[in-house]
Write a protein that binds this ligand. Structure first.
Ligand SMILES: [Mn+2]
Length: 386
């Protein structure tokens, strides 16, 4: 007998509160998204937990960010507002404590546990992801395919189970991650396109035109184009965030070993704000201070900040990317690492500024997101032998 999405959410609310209280009696399966906890990660973990709950119980999605950080992600808060009470965030639970008891883990939207969650590795039973395979957890069932949105892979597992509510949840990250299937963004694959077509036909779209204010508060829209526009607007509401919050809003961290076996803590923040606009707002010295504080608070060796967005070039709005690089004070040969980064084809770096140990570049390969940039930077660190 199939479990409806509605009844899954009701059961989940109960199981989540038992998990939070550490009183869940049986052997649970946790479905963990990645630590940037963007819309793709949040929807993928919820929807994969629903798919798995057809055969396993209890299955509980875990949002890999702190509950208070949801305020940094207005698109997620809005789309998932009805499901929110049933959701578990990483700071709601004692993951290390849970890992001491019978526990199965599925990773979604990443394929290797975050460096601070490496203790989960032996517990990972399955992986559904769209990032470059890091080769961890070889025993796990794995589905790693290059699609715009991990949600596409999860949706494919839900054929016959998608009601209008779930269809809209699934559609949202696929539209965001593919820039509404735009050809210029070069992200959508035939699988994403097919998924959007299928899911759009299942959503109950509204018939009446809403004001733009209504749209961002209710997401009650007439079709996928309006849904994309509303989500993109919500996602872009970052101008109220401090420089420090911009660095932590969409962040991932890894541990990479160099050629001499020394571990490097590498963090990459993605900031949906062109550097020019950011510098105009805060000034470069303030951004650099925030970045240094960030390096210190996360105990990083290297921090990369990928800024991106549309900015006016000769009166025309053009999408572009920039990259900032900062190091912990004790890192030797910072200049040499920067030089190696500038030689990466995937980045195409053109120098902008360098002052006070922070380097800024235009990233001329604007199509390269963190998905492409992380493996390339990892390759640089793996070569370091000084
Ligand atoms: Mn993703």
């Amino acid at each position: 007998m199939t479990v409806s999405f509605n009844s899954f959410i009701r059961t989940l609310a109960v199981n989540s509160s038992l998990l939070r209280a550490n009183t869940l009696p049986s052997h649970p399966t946790l479905v963990l998204g990645n630590e940037s906890a963007d819309l793709d990660s949040m929807v993928s973990s919820l929807a994969l937990a629903y798919a798995l709950s057809q055969t396993l119980s209890p299955v509980i999605p875990v949002i890999n960010a702190r509950r208070e950080d949801l305020a940094l992600r207005p698109d997620c808060a809005q789309l998932l507002k009805d499901e929110l009470p049933a959701l578990t965030f990483i700071d709601d639970i004692d993951l290390k404590g849970l890992a001491q008891r019978p526990l199965d883990v599925w990773l979604v939207d990443h394929n290797a546990p975050a460096s601070r969650q490496a203790f989960l590795e032996p517990l990972v039973r399955g992986i559904v992801d769209h990032h470059a395979d890091e080769g961890k957890c070889p025993e796990a069932l794995r589905q790693i395919e290059t699609v715009a949105s991990c949600t596409t892979l999860v949706a494919q597992r839900l054929k016959g189970l998608v009601d209008p509510t779930l269809a809209k949840l699934l559609l949202a990250p696929i539209l965001l991650d593919s820039s509404n299937l735009s050809a210029a963004a070069c992200r959508a694959t035939p699988a994403d396109v097919a998924c959007v077509e299928w899911l759009s036909s299942l959503v109950q779209w509204t018939q009446t035109e809403a004001t733009s204010l209504d749209v961002t508060t209710s997401l009650d829209v007439r079709g996928p184009d309006e849904l994309y526009a509303a989500l993109d607007k919500l996602k872009g509401q970052v101008s109220h965030l401090s420089a420090y919050d911009l660095l932590r809003k969409d962040y991932k961290q890894w541990q990479v070993s160099d050629a001499k076996g020394r571990p490097w803590a590498l963090g990459i923040s993605s900031v949906g704000f062109p550097l020019k606009k950011w510098v105009k707002r805060d000034g470069l010295p303030l951004i650099e201070t925030a970045l240094k504080k960030w390096v210190e608070s996360q105990h990083l060796d290297v921090a990369l900040v990928m800024t991106h967005g549309k900015a006016k070039v000769d009166g025309v709005k053009v999408y572009g990317r920039q990259l900032m690089v900062a190091f912990a004070p004790q890192v030797a040969e910072k200049e040499r690492v920067v030089e190696m980064l500038t030689q990466l084809d995937v980045l195409g770096l053109e120098p902008l500024e360098s002052m006070g140990g922070v380097w800024a570049f235009v990233q001329s390969r604007a199509e390269s997101s963190r998905k492409q940039v992380f493996p390339a930077v990892k390759g640089v660190i793996e070569c370091i032998d000084f």
